[in-house]
Design a protein around this ligand. Structure first.
Ligand SMILES: [Zn+2]
Length: 242
């Protein structure tokens, strides 16, 4: 096989892969995988993304059935940037004390071993729940709430949190930044008249993640993320600003 034939065969394979996985984003991911690039890398480099994670709910399989009916499963509506994760078609009503509520909060999939409600500070104020800042999954001792779906309701004894800012990355990204899972990083968002530096950005590294910072709606609004001209992620305490 000469070089040109090889290239063509490889390109055809990539195109088929991209078509199978659907969409431009996942097509690029397929390209990365096939060329040996780490997930999410573009042109041989990490490709930083900063996303606003709006209020949402994670549910157990059991709670999905209670809320949406026997045999119900989550129906994916929109894929998230992280492979395998999605926004479901389903929403639930989140009810706090004194009947204050958020009427339709999106469920994210896949299901988990414990149900959890992730709110921004403003959401928690309107709900009347003093939700602590926690990293996803660390819900011991957090306040509960009631979830209401079309087929039933669930009393959560705990699980209402303000999700702590964090950055997903794979091990190649971690090596690039000189950080490890559990380290803290600094994120600078440059935007007209509201440039903001976020400290305490927790590194969540695993094999398959794509480089992506998750901040909540309050944080995203504070720095006017939609109008940002530059985003920079650096290792905390690196001394690079001195
Ligand atoms: Zn996240």
């Amino acid at each position: 096989m000469n070089a040109i034939e090889f290239d063509r065969a490889q390109i055809e394979a990539l195109v088929r892969q991209a078509i199978r996985s659907g969409g431009l984003g996942s097509g690029n991911a397929a390209l990365g995988a096939a060329t040996g690039n780490p997930p999410g890398w573009v042109d041989g480099k990490p490709n930083l993304r900063v996303s606003i994670s709006a209020r949402h709910v994670h549910l157990t399989d059991e709670h999905v059935e209670t809320l949406f009916g026997r045999g119900a499963t989550l129906e994916p509506e929109k894929d998230l940037y992280q492979d395998g994760f999605y926004a479901a078609k389903q929403t639930v009503m989140v009810v706090g004390p004194r009947r204050r509520m958020l009427p339709s909060v999106r469920v994210l999939g896949p299901t988990r071993s414990a149900s959890q409600v992730e709110l921004a500070f403003t959401d928690s104020i309107s709900l009347g729940i003093d939700a602590p800042v926690r990293h996803s999954g660390h819900i011991d001792g957090t306040p509960g709430c009631v979830l209401v779906g079309p087929a039933g309701s669930v009393q959560l004894e705990q699980g209402v949190i303000r999700a702590a800012r964090h950055v997903h990355m794979n091990f190649a990204d971690a090596a690039h930044y000189g950080v490890e899972n559990g380290d803290m990083m600094r994120l600078k968002i440059t935007s007209h008249e509201c440039t903001t530096v976020f400290e305490d950005v927790l590194v969540r590294a695993d094999e398959a993640a794509k480089l992506e910072v998750h901040i909540d709606t309050d944080e995203g609004n504070a720095c006017h993320l939609d109008g940002a001209s530059k985003v920079e992620l650096t290792k905390s305490g690196c001394g690079c600003e001195k």
